[in-house]
Design a protein around this ligand. Structure first.
Ligand code: 48N
Length: 301
């Protein structure tokens, strides 16, 4: 049976008071789908999800946060290193972080040059305004980037999943290093106060890239956790808005903040006390790309 979704042909026409009434025409049987058992749907999802969980229990790189920095990092890393097992953990059901809108809930997204090169690389159209470009809707950037990232065979995304701690280990020199992440379903992570202990799961990896932003219920997650576990003295606390200072600062400061943990995007503003840039996203793209290079450096060292 070849399935066609052409305009349905009514199987029966209903006449009311002798007049044909299209609004109540009977389309029963007009659209015909191949038959299915409910269990087939469940098993199709369960098999794939838990195969991914088994396979990614040990990953090469974990990226925490699928905002503009985390997704730019994932794209840059996956496109350069197709052999790496890259696992993205995103707390929200919807990945994308703050990049679905520009500023103050307005749609267009401003990206300062030279970050427009990334838009050309992933195929996002824009209007050129001289020193910056404008994507007509931020969702066009984020949905395109997300689709490119998910198309890489070596990338697995676990959304609606939170990193609720970091795995640490001590290397042979006695140095503490991050060696993976502790995860739980986000709805569980947000409800630890309502139930007795709901233990987490783990994903180990030699490199963790944290790009958890500065906003939101879990913003700056790793920056705060490093302080509470004594691996960082104190939070730098993001400074006021200064576009010209902050964007290059965030890109330049993208780095391995503690062995095994690379920090990118606006989380760095909380870690170091960098200025914020407001509704311009070139710095997030640059930071994500730099984080990808940092991860490659660590893996190859
Ligand atoms: O978009 P964000 O929040 O973070 P970035 O750094 O990718 O981009 C920041 C950017 O949107 C801005 O803030 C702009 C440039 N404005 C600057 C300014 O001056 O205000 O994405 C972070 C993602 C979100 O999707 C969170 O849901 C997720 O990280 N996340 C987590 N995912 C898993 N586990 C966690 N613990 C966690 N915490 C946050």
């Amino acid at each position: 049976m070849s399935l066609t979704m052409e305009e349905p042909v009514a199987t029966k026409t209903i006449h009311i008071n002798g007049k044909k009434n299209p609004a109540v025409e009977d389309y029963t049987g007009a659209y015909r789908f191949a038959p299915i058992q409910e269990a087939e749907v469940s098993r199709a999802m369960i098999k794939r999800y838990f195969t991914n969980m088994m396979d990614r229990a040990v990953s090469d790189v974990v990226i925490v946060g699928a905002g503009s920095a985390g997704l730019s990092c994932a794209y840059s890393l996956a496109s350069r290193q197709p052999d790496l097992k890259i696992t993205i953990i995103e707390a929200n059901v919807a990945p994308g972080g703050g990049a679905w809108l520009g500023g103050q809930l307005m749609s267009s997204m401003v990206i300062r040059k030279p970050a427009d090169a990334f838009l050309r690389e992933i195929g996002v159209p824009y209007e050129d305004e001289g020193n910056f470009v404008v994507v007509k809707h931020a969702a066009l950037f984020t949905s395109t980037l997300l689709s490119r990232v998910l198309a890489f065979p070596n990338v697995v995304l676990f959304n609606a999943t939170a990193v609720e701690d970091l795995i640490t280990t001590t290397d042979y020199e006695g140095t503490q290093r991050v060696a993976g992440v502790v995860t739980n379903w986000t709805l569980v992570a947000l409800n630890h106060d309502t139930q007795s202990c709901m233990d987490p799961n783990t994903i180990t990896a030699p490199v963790v890239i944290t790009a958890t932003g500065h906003d939101g219920p879990m913003g700056a997650f790793s920056a705060k956790r490093l302080v509470s576990m004594g691996l960082s003295k104190e939070l730098g606390n993001m400074r006021g808005l200064d576009m010209n200072v902050s964007e290059p600062a965030i890109v330049n400061r993208t780095r391995e903040v503690v062995p095994g943990l690379v920090m990118a995007g606006m989380e760095l503003a909380e870690q170091d006390g960098s200025n914020r840039m407001g509704p311009t996203f070139g710095g997030m793209i640059g930071s994500g790309i730099k984080a990808a290079h940092e991860a490659i450096r660590i893996i190859q060292s």
